[in-house]
Design a protein around this ligand. Structure first.
Ligand SMILES: [Zn+2]
Length: 117
């Protein structure tokens, strides 16, 4: 689990902070003390490619996380994240949470983060 490096924080820190606040608020009743585990946060473009991530994956901007929830909180946690306005995708072995709906971040932002788009 990698935190966004300083170069990414300097570009997107305001949005990363808002994203973190939204997640923390949404997961307050279902979070880390209830067994949730954050398994992925920032990915460099090369790590993202190696892991088969989408070209415009928001992990590359520090604006997506992967979380593993225990079965007894998963459904409620997902509802809470969606109510907070976050985009949630249920994958086979984790829940992907991103700050913005896919396609709404300008390519210039990805290019600033070193992503080839
Ligand atoms: Zn993800």
């Amino acid at each position: 689990m990698t935190a966004p490096p300083p170069a990414i924080v300097s570009l997107f820190g305001t949005w990363i902070q808002a994203f973190a606040n939204a997640i923390d608020g949404a997961l307050d009743p279902f979070g880390y003390d209830q067994g949730a585990r954050l398994t992925s946060w920032y990915r460099s473009p090369s790590d993202n490619a190696r892991e088969g991530g989408a070209q415009r994956s928001q992990h590359q901007l520090g604006l997506a996380v992967d979380v593993v929830f225990p079965f007894y909180t998963k459904a409620s946690a997902i509802r809470s994240l969606r109510r907070a306005g976050l985009t949630v995708i249920e994958e086979a072995d984790h829940v992907h949470v991103q700050a913005y709906v896919a396609g709404t971040i300008p390519d210039a932002a990805f290019r600033a983060a070193g992503v080839r788009v």
